[in-house]
Ligand binder design. Structure first.
Ligand SMILES: Nc1ncnc2c1ncn2[C@@H]1O[C@H](COP(=O)(O)OP(=O)(O)OP(=O)(O)O)[C@@H](O)[C@H]1O
Ligand SMILES: [Mg+2]
Length: 314
């Protein structure tokens, strides 16, 4: 595929997400506690999270049609995750409430001084029984399939379905998992975290990492680098996307998830890859001004105004 991309018109959804939706409990702390120590939080909140869940929230908040086709458990966190999606207008036709599986809850401590997050997460994997034709059918109903490597077997099936129907696959690869290579082979746009790149390739040469990623399948590849911004490879051309500095950085939780949701929106706007990555970086920076992964997600107009103030015409 080639960016700018002209998506198929006859689709019910702009983005179908298959992967992780979670409940985040975030607490701002003066410092990380020591073993067996109790400390007080300076602020706390509970928000929806998970790479796919938060990316879909960006898509919906920016006025596009998003659908979640992943699983949640039949527990209080699952009910919270569903309520958050409903509030944001994310379609849930493809979602599976799985009685024997736990919903993901992430416990996140946010360092007050830097906004950096430390997280503990856990969840059950999607049982194979629910990877059936009906759910895979969701992958044909979106222009973009957004995956994060959770429920890997289902993600691979979904990617095959999506591509067969003429859609494109965007992979937010946060950590290397069994099946990551197979999923990359089915991916059109892969923007990975630096953790993923270092683990997969064993070095921090980002240009080499992008070139290696493209060898593995994707037409476009990039690496996000936290407060240092991001890099990408557009055909032969390697480029850097500077970070958008924001003051103060309240919380970086979900910055990558938001970056990827904005990337989907940008691809659907029909922009070139560098412009898409720049938009992702700006929207992610805006998010960092607020506590939690979702509170700071802007509308499309707010993002455009933020970019305009900084001399970018979008
Ligand atoms: N402190 C920051 N200030 C401005 N922008 C930031 C900051 N931290 C992150 N970003 C933006 O968000 C993008 C994604 O962040 P990062 O690389 O940390 O994602 P990640 O490693 O996937 O983590 P996660 O998915 O858990 O948020 C960066 O490329 C950058 O554009
Ligand atoms: Mg990430």
């Amino acid at each position: 595929m080639k960016l700018p991309w002209r998506p198929p018109r006859d689709r019910e959804f702009d983005v179908v997400g298959m992967g992780c939706a979670a409940m985040d409990v975030v607490a701002v702390v003066e410092r990380l506690p020591q073993l067996d120590e109790k400390i007080h939080a300076l602020a706390m909140d509970r928000q929806g999270g998970g790479p796919v869940g938060t990316a879909l929230t960006v898509v919906a908040r920016m006025g596009l049609r998003a659908a979640f086709a992943g699983q949640v458990g039949d527990d209080f966190a699952g009910r919270f995750i569903i309520e958050e999606f409903e509030r944001e207008g994310v379609n849930l036709q493809g979602e599976v409430v799985h009685p024997d599986t736990q919903s993901q809850i992430s416990l996140i401590l946010v360092d007050r001084a830097t906004g950096k997050r430390t997280a503990v997460s856990g969840r059950g994997e999607l049982a194979e029984a629910v990877c059936d034709r009906l759910r895979h059918e969701m992958a044909r109903r979106g222009k973009i399939l957004h995956v994060d490597g959770y429920d890997m077997d289902a993600a691979i099936c979904f990617a095959d379905e999506c591509k067969a129907a003429g859609g494109i696959v965007v992979y937010d690869a946060g950590s290397v998992k069994e099946g990551s290579v197979e999923l990359l082979a089915r991916t059109d746009v892969a923007v990975v975290s630096r953790v993923f790149a270092e683990k997969m390739f064993g070095h921090d040469d980002w240009e080499a990492a992008c070139r290696a990623l493209v060898e593995m399948g994707p037409s476009y590849a990039g690496v996000t680098r936290g407060e240092e911004g991001a890099v990408g490879l557009d055909g032969e051309t390697f480029f850097e996307v500077p970070p958008f500095p924001v003051e103060p950085v309240v919380d970086t939780t979900g910055a990558g998830d938001v970056f990827h949701g904005a990337l989907d929106v940008a691809i659907l706007k029909g922009w070139d890859f560098k412009k898409c990555m720049t938009f992702g970086s700006a929207v992610a920076a805006m998010k960092c001004r607020h506590l939690g992964g979702r509170a700071g997600i802007p509308t499309f107009e707010e993002a455009r105004a933020f970019l305009k103030e900084r001399g970018f015409k979008f």
